[in-house]
Ligand binder design. Structure first.
Ligand SMILES: [Zn+2]
Length: 422
């Protein structure tokens, strides 16, 4: 018994002494902030140990040299607003997914969504609620972390919180209790619910500060400023933070004043509220791709027909945010459209007026900061995790190049490999 143990130690010793090294040679490196021609990156184990001009960063005798001719190396991309437990509504509408699909079935699908997301170069996601699948996101996150299924690093909301009476599914006979897509709570009870969600694994608290429950079905604020403050205070004291779904200017205003760190959607953002967001350093996740997708599902033929009002409104609010200098993250509400097509949001961000360089920063360093993970991911510099992606061509000249994923590394492990030449 003892001798077997000693043999195992001897076998493992070289592995313990020298973690795998990779010397990565693309045409250029985007380090999360700027594009650098002729840079190389050295990885050891799960970390980046060096990055810079090839003349300054030398390879080592142990390193495996991987060349990516024509390729751009970037930090692993970060999706700021995903729903891994949803899939496109033109396949199955939201009500049906929430009400008729079991959590088990939805989790099986979510494992495929997670894999597709990782293969598309997105090594981290902030998931904004399971929409009726309880805390299955916490379970999926665990399975990914344990290597049971391939997927991105996950930061999860769990069930999310809505005001009583505001959220869907709606329009069913009141005699039967209909399960909601999130957890309803109000007033003092919000404290208990926030704590309960934290206890069950929520990494942050997502609140719907408004919803389509106005007299004509329009978006109207739901929680009061005081209620949102209570949620924020309770989340903060546990070391977590609050993010708010908010489309109307009034709900955005309340969310920002209550201490929200990010605003999701923001369809009716106005100049005054944008200034408030800018002053408070709140990050905006515009979810442009979700709105365009839903309009397409309703028959809109982009490029052949005029923009529908919802798209016009998105373009308007996005420009207001840009002009006011609001920090804009990348988050598409993916799930409304197919997982793995996350780049769709970046294409629209540039189409709606954001420079490509800013869009690249949004999906890397800006999102890392919004997730409180800037010391681990989102940039290429020594000490950070080796979450890296190589795409064919230069995404600065055409952001759609990000769809041409050739190679993906997460935590120093190669997850996808179509490009390397030795
Ligand atoms: Zn969402």
């Amino acid at each position: 018994m003892k001798s077997i143990f000693i043999q195992l130690v001897w076998l493992a010793l070289p592995l313990l002494l020298s973690a795998q090294q990779y010397y990565l040679q693309p045409d250029r490196v985007f380090d999360g902030h700027d594009m650098h021609e002729g840079w190389v990156v050295l990885v050891e184990g799960s970390r980046i140990v060096a990055a810079g001009p090839a003349s300054q960063v030398k390879t080592t005798p142990q390193a495996r040299i991987l060349k990516f001719p024509g390729g751009t190396l970037l930090p692993g991309l970060i999706e700021g607003h995903s729903h891994l437990f949803l899939y496109p509504y033109n396949i199955t509408d939201w009500d049906t997914q929430v009400l008729k699909e079991t959590d088990a079935y939805r989790t099986v699908r979510a494992t495929v969504h997670a894999r597709n997301t990782l293969m598309a170069g997105f090594t981290t996601v902030r998931d904004l609620g399971t929409e009726g699948a309880g805390y299955a996101d916490v379970a999926l996150k665990r399975a990914v972390n344990e290597g049971v299924v391939p997927g991105p690093r996950m930061v999860v909301a769990g069930r999310a919180i809505v005001a009583t009476g505001s959220y869907g599914p709606k329009g069913y006979d009141d005699d039967s209790e209909i399960m909601l897509g999130a957890e309803a709570a109000d007033g003092d009870d919000l404290i208990r619910v926030v704590r309960d969600q934290i206890g069950k694994g929520a990494d942050f608290i997502k609140v719907y500060a408004d919803y389509r429950w106005g007299p004509r079905g329009e978006d109207q604020p739901s929680f009061t400023l005081e209620e949102l403050k209570r949620v924020n205070e309770t989340a903060r004291s546990s070391g977590r933070y609050m993010v708010c779904h908010a489309k109307t200017a009034e709900a955005i205003r309340r969310a920002v004043l209550a201490g929200a760190e990010t605003i999701e959607h923001g369809d009716y953002l106005d100049e005054e509220t944008a200034r408030l967001m800018q002053q408070h350093g709140v990050v905006f996740f515009p979810t442009l791709a979700a709105v365009e997708s839903i309009q397409r599902y309703r028959g809109w033929r982009k490029g052949h027909e005029a923009d529908p009002p919802a798209v016009q409104q998105k373009k308007k609010s996005f420009k207001i945010a840009l002009d006011a200098g609001v920090t804009i993250g990348m988050g598409g509400d993916v799930g409304v459209f197919p997982h793995g097509e996350n780049v769709y949001e970046l294409e629209l961000m540039t189409e709606y007026g954001m420079p490509a360089l800013e869009a690249l920063r949004a999906v890397t360093s800006v999102n890392a900061r919004a997730l409180h993970m800037e010391n681990e991911i989102g940039s290429i510099k020594p000490g950070l995790l080796a979450d890296l992606v190589v795409v064919d061509g230069n995404p600065l000249t055409a952001i759609s190049r990000l769809r041409q994923v050739k190679w993906v590394m997460k935590n120093g492990v190669i997850c996808r490999n179509e490009a390397e030449t030795r």
